[in-house]
Design a protein around this ligand. Structure first.
Ligand code: FES
Length: 95
């Protein structure tokens, strides 16, 4: 896994991440990392675990309260409702 550098996180070109509340500016408050930066880290470095995301962009290196939100992004978004597949109840709903 390669380390994502700061220059790879162009805030101006960051795209909104489906399923992540927009009222939160930072996904990781300790390290001031946005959801878009974490998503870019996952995409660019093919991170598959919280540890790999932490090594790639620093998110999750502090209090660890954001690990659940990092796991939400790692799981990806539901095609139907846009929520993280970890929290999505679409599959539980009868068709
Ligand atoms: S909020 Fe991410 S480490 Fe504390």
């Amino acid at each position: 896994m390669s380390t994502v550098t700061e220059s790879q996180f162009e805030r101006s070109t960051a795209v909104p991440v489906p399923g992540v509340a927009t009222r939160r500016k930072f996904l990781c408050h300790c390290l001031k990392v946005t959801p878009e930066e974490v998503q870019q880290c996952i995409t660019v470095s093919n991170a598959e675990t919280v540890h790999e995301v932490t090594r790639g962009c620093g998110a999750g290196k502090g209090c660890t309260a954001c690990h659940c939100r990092i796991k939400d992004l790692l799981a990806g978004a539901c095609d139907d409702c846009g929520q993280s597949k970890r929290r999505c109840l679409c599959a539980a709903q009868p068709a």
